[in-house]
Design a binder for this molecule. Structure first.
Ligand SMILES: [Ca+2]
Ligand SMILES: [Ca+2]
Length: 473
């Protein structure tokens, strides 16, 4: 536990260092502060005289740079969504919607402002504005709330179908036990970023409960593009951790930790119709120019494949770890055909340098190198990869603690054994290639470099603080 605490601390500090400069330069809220509370009233919106949430978001004349601060408590509303954001800012001058105890940059205390999304309400929070930041807000679904997703970004439900919403940051927010997906972004948005959030429980009233559902299935005019999802903790979900549909491009999932992909087949949710579900897979990339890298995915049961990718479209799945997984059918890596009848753009798609360990399936659904390239992986039964039957636990630093850094005892079939040029010149940690040749799998063995602890069983990283973490969390 202490090792893991150290890892979390280092990781948190690392993230803060990485993110802070860009944050300060591009998008802080320096305007007026206004306050709302669940019991607020009147028009003053002061710290000791807060308004209601409805007044704050609907009537108050928020200007670029202003901050609407949600004081602690549970907010609800008779209609959907419970928090409808229609007022945004301008470039470099966002409007912030912030829990009062939000401290920023990956640090948030546990008593966040809560948006209750109970009953038939479709969304917890919907953003119909540009240059918006959501910070430290939690959406609670009570299992059957948020049938259309806890957080919804894009023009779904908006009068003008051509309107594109953009420059939206959601950070340190939380999803808890919602009916459908956590982040449901399907219509006309770009420059969206979701980071340091904690998705804890989706698909409670449905079988299609993706943690992240992104892109449009039918209309190219509603393409989601330039969407980044990173440094989130994701647990207890169905269908997919990351599902990208065909009208999506430049979507990136990276440095996330996902675990406990729930097996809906067990029928553990009253009222859930699991008969149609196949639990799909951890990562599904349709569309083009989309990528998933540096993620650690642990424990669960998938039905379509551990990963699925649309070929020949510059999609990329690399430097990820997948472990303790049962993939029922048909494969470990599957070609994505569902919803992918879009013209491929003629560029290779890659599944490179991933580590698969203790997964039931290790085959490829469609081993066709003209559509997608599967190379340099550990645990895939296909040429230019290390076959699953050859993989040994002793090759890794501490597999029982989900640490799949290569140990010095890893053999020559792994270290310096990449068969082709890697897609990325760095590994899951960002470590560069050592000894001139990339190793197989997600990590690059580097003598003297301590293997950091990466545990999927410990408490979510998004809940810890770089300054106050004690190791007891
Ligand atoms: Ca799905
Ligand atoms: Ca090497």
């Amino acid at each position: 536990m202490r090792d893991f605490a150290g890892f979390v601390l280092r990781l948190a500090i690392c993230w803060v260092n990485l993110i802070l400069p860009a944050t300060l330069l591009t998008s802080y809220c320096f305007g007026e502060n206004y306050y709302v509370s669940p019991t607020g009233s009147g028009t003053e919106c002061g710290i000791s005289t807060p308004c209601s949430l409805d007044y704050g978001v609907s009537t108050l004349n928020l200007q670029p740079g202003d901050v609407l601060i949600l004081q602690p408590g549970t907010y609800t509303r008779s209609s959907s969504p419970i928090l409808e954001i229609t007022k945004g800012g301008s470039a470099g001058n966002y409007v912030c919607y912030r829990a009062s105890d939000y401290s920023g940059n990956g640090n948030v205390t546990r008593s966040r402002a809560v948006i209750l999304s109970a009953g038939a309400r479709t969304h917890g929070i919907r953003v119909h504005a540009d240059y918006v930041r959501l910070q430290g807000i939690k959406v609670v679904g009570n299992d059957f709330g948020a049938s259309g997703g806890a957080f919804n970004v894009g023009n779904e439900g908006y009068a003008d179908p051509t309107r594109q919403f953009h420059d939206i940051i959601i950070e340190d927010c939380e999803v808890y036990h919602v009916k459908n997906s956590g982040f449901h972004n399907t219509t006309a948005a770009y420059n969206v970023e979701v980071r340091y959030c904690w998705v804890n429980g989706t698909g409670y009233g449905e079988w299609w409960g993706e943690a992240f559902y992104t892109g449009n299935k039918t209309d190219p005019a509603l393409t989601i593009h330039d969407y980044k999802v990173h440094h989130n903790t994701i647990q207890d979900f169905t269908q997919n951790a990351f599902d990208v549909k065909k009208y999506a491009s430049n979507v990136e999932f990276y440095n996330n930790r996902a675990f406990d992909f729930r097996d809906c087949l067990s029928g553990d949710r009253p009222g859930v119709n699991c008969s149609r579900q196949r639990n799909e897979g951890w990562i599904e990339l349709s569309g083009h120019d989309n990528s998933a890298y540096n993620n650690i995915c642990s424990r669960g049961k998938t039905g379509y494949g551990l990963v699925a990718i649309q070929g020949n479209s510059n999609n990329r799945i690399y430097n990820n770890v997948f472990t303790d997984m049962v993939s029922v059918t048909p494969a470990c890596v599957a070609i994505k055909s569902i919803n992918s009848d879009i013209a491929e753009n003629g560029t290779d798609s890659y599944v490179y340098n991933n580590t698969f360990f203790n997964c039931l399936r290790s085959d490829i659904g469609d081993p066709d190198d003209t559509r997608f390239l599967v190379k340099n992986n550990i645990g895939i039964d296909y040429r230019d990869n290390v076959a699953a039957s050859d993989v040994r636990a002793a090759w890794f630093v501490n597999p029982s603690a989900y640490d799949f850094h290569l140990a010095s005892s890893a053999p020559g079939t792994v270290i310096d054994a990449a068969k082709v040029e890697p897609y990325s010149t760095t590994d899951l940690d960002g470590t560069p290639i050592f000894n001139g040749i990339r190793d197989r799998g997600a990590y690059e063995f580097t003598p003297g470099k301590p293997g950091s602890q990466t545990s999927a069983q410990s408490k979510p990283i998004a809940q810890t603080s770089a300054t106050s973490f004690t190791g007891d969390e």
